[in-house]
Structures are given as structure tokens and as C-alpha cells.
Design a protein around this ligand. Sequence first.
Ligand code: TYD
Length: 211
Amino acid sequence: MKKNYLIAVEGIDGAGKSTQIPKIAQYFEARGCTVCLTAEPTKGPFGQRIRAAQTRLDPRTERQLFVDDRKEHLVTCILPALERGEVVITDRYFYSSVAYQGTRRDALKNSEDIEALHDLQDDIAEQNRLYSPEADILIYLRLDVDTALERMRSGREALDPFEKKQTLQDVSDAFDRLVKDHPQALVVDASLMPDEVTAQIYAGLDRITGE
Ligand code: TYD
């Protein structure tokens, strides 16, 4: 089995990435691979600036910070680990930039212009592909927005619920759109019980890795 897969795990907030990522690591470890677990935004200087922001930054600044963070992430972590022959599993990758920064309607002249929103997403993808290798496997934990909101509501203070729902729906639509273009996307139904989600992921990984 090929050892140095680059695996990106994506999904809207509440999709259950943090539950599934250790299971994905176990899959590869059980097959003798060394796994490097990592995440974006990183804990580096740019990632810290992103996390320190109390409100959303203006669209250009936000987009650039994720670019800077990712460049550093690739050079200091992802690419060296792949060179060492490790399986790299990243909790979010440039697909999140397409989905999140690519749904900043406030960056558009007309916020209702869906074509312009798609152009923004394509532009972000193109910019990122200049320096970021495509993930060998994109695992997309797909969850409908209402279920995600229900899961998130426990404990968190809601913003304007309508606005939040619209934003999440945009992000979700953007993920749906981008996985269609990916050569090896594993789209998983994240509304199922955690064990069932893991089973779906494992079945997909068996198929892709030829195990
Ligand atoms: P994080 O604290 O890691 O949350 P989560 O557990 O949901 O991943 O923060 C990640 C947030 O950053 C998440 O809301 C998505 C966003 N994000 C972007 O907007 N663009 C990006 O390129 C990345 C990697 C993340």
C-alpha cells in the first residue's frame, strides 16, 4: 500500500471531524503506516492571528492570512512528512478556504450574484493550487445545515440565527460544489451514528487504497 497519502478532512462546523480523525489515523496505523496528524488554521503565527480575531476580518485580509498560514504549514509540516513517507491527515486544508472565504458575499459587488460567488470560489481554488498539492483523498463529512445547527446549539450562544444558517448553507453548497471536481473525494453521510460514519469512511478507504 502506498504510504504517503495526503488526506484532507473537511466539513461544516459540527460535522464530527474531531471524532472521525483519530479513527482515520487508526486505519492507516493498523496497516503499518506512520501517521502525521495536523490541522489548519495552524498554531503558527498566521494561524494565531486568525484565531485571535474576535470578529470576522475583512475578506481580503482573511483570505491572505489563510494563504500565508497554509504556505507555512506546507513547508514546515506537510511536505516534509510526505517526504518521510508518512500519511498526512489534515483537519481542514485549502478546500476550507474555497468553502469559507469563497462564500464571503460581502466581497462581492452584488451579494446575491451566485455566479460571482462561484467565480470567487474558483479563483481561491486556483490561487491555492499554485502552491498546494491536491489531497490524494478528500474526506468530506457531509451534514445538512439544520442538523449541524442543532448539534452546535448545545452550549453555544447563537448569532442572528438566520444569518448563521445562510452562511452555513453557503459553505455547505460550496463544499458540495468542490467535491464534484476532486479526483478522489470520499463523501460520507455525517448525520449517521459515529460508528456508522467510521464504517463508511473505512469502506471508502478500502476501495481507494485497494486494501
Ligand atoms: P477551528 O477552531 O479549527 O474549528 P473547527 O473545529 O470547526 O475546524 O477553526 C476553524 C475555522 O476556520 C472554521 O470555522 C473554518 C475556518 N477556516 C477558514 O475559514 N478557511 C480556511 O482555509 C480554513 C483552513 C479554516
